[in-house]
Design a protein around this ligand. Structure first.
Ligand code: ZN
Ligand code: ZN
Ligand code: ZN
Ligand code: ZN
Length: 335
């Protein structure tokens, strides 16, 4: 398949100007990701209900047609948009500026020309069955490397430059000769650099590095709950709810307080009286006033020379220790 070529330059005065080739590499990557499900949708829609064809039978042909169509639309995008806005002057028709939105519209337009009779039934377009088929076909194309990412990125780059009216995603600079361009490229804020975070393979335009770094899953960060550990951003959420010693927990004895998990031991020993009372109220349901039970709790604490009670970290183990101690106290009493 032939790749479309980016606009090499524009006449300015006498000489041909050379345009800086750099664009926002993350935006290009994102746009390239859009192309695969776009193609899958066209292939699925155009073969649904056809007994003799499935999506993979038409993929090669439709890929070429789709690339031609969207590249051509992107080529004339600015001119088309101008004509349209003149025609709709009184309505102030806003043209979309987001390249992803624009390219999606191109792909939708192409797709709608390829729908067969079932594709025109509105229920089909919104059905889960269609979504599943598209997802499956995206996976199939991914696995067979039918349309590798680098090939899609080359097309995405052309599309991005064509529809990026506000030059938010590509460098608009043009130069008279290669030397001046080379000087500029060293300074260009669109020049791609490798993300410095270990293991991250993203190439990011210099101007976007701050945003990338603020979201890079492989950035090493301090634990958000300040346990002092350093970990990757992508592991943060799991760490914070599973193993972080600072994760908040509710008192397992049922008092109203919550505290960092690592303070459970401290809480258990400071609030032992209150916890004991709760346990005793369950063990001795009837015939004991709260005063009685408080007295019993104090007695148990004194009797517990080894400090076992304070070490219990949940209701069940505290209950067992209390029962144990009560039995021993009873034994000693009767001896
Ligand atoms: Zn540049
Ligand atoms: Zn990164
Ligand atoms: Zn932590
Ligand atoms: Zn408690």
């Amino acid at each position: 398949m032939e790749l479309p070529i980016a606009d090499p330059g524009t006449e300015r005065g006498e000489g041909l100007l050379i345009q800086c080739p750099y664009c926002d590499s993350e935006a290009m990557h994102k746009l390239a990701q859009l192309l695969l499900p776009g193609l899958a949708a066209v292939c699925v829609d155009s073969t649904t209900g056809d007994l003799f064809k499935n999506p993979s039978h038409v993929a090669i042909e439709l890929r070429k047609e789709m690339v031609d169509y969207i590249t051509q639309r992107s080529d004339t995008f600015i001119a088309d948009a101008l004509i349209e806005s003149e025609a709709n002057q009184e309505t102030e028709n806003e043209m979309p500026e987001d390249p992803f939105e624009i390219v999606s519209i191109f792909m939708d337009d192409f797709s709608s020309t390829k729908r067969n009779i079932i594709g025109h039934v509105s229920g089909w377009l919104l059905s889960d069955n269609r979504e599943d088929k598209i997802d499956d076909f995206v996976q199939e194309m991914d696995m067979t490397r039918f349309w590798p990412l680098d090939r899609r990125e080359a097309i995405a780059e052309v599309l991005l430059k064509n529809v990026d009216i506000k030059t938010k995603f590509h460098c608009p600079e043009k130069y008279e000769n290669e030397d001046r361009l080379a000087d500029h490229k060293e300074q260009c804020t669109f020049r791609p650099v490798a993300c410095p975070n270990g293991g991250c393979r993203a190439k990011v335009s210099v101007r976007c590095m701050k945003d990338h770094d603020a979201a890079c899953p492989l950035k090493v960060l301090q634990c958000e709950q300040s346990c002092g550990k350093c970990l990757l951003r992508r592991d943060m959420d799991r760490h914070c709810v599973t193993i972080c010693p600072m994760r908040p927990m509710k008192c397992p004895f049922g008092c109203d307080s919550s505290f960092p998990e690592c303070d459970l031991e401290k809480h258990s020993s400071v609030f032992l009286q209150a916890h004991l009372l709760k346990v005793l109220m369950v063990i001795h349901k009837k015939g004991h006033s709260e005063e009685d039970l408080k007295e019993l709790a104090e007695k148990l604490e004194k009797y517990d020379e080894l400090g076992k009670l304070a070490k219990a970290q949940d209701t069940r183990s505290l209950t067992n220790i209390v029962k144990d101690l009560e039995a021993k106290m009873k034994d000693e009493h009767s001896n």
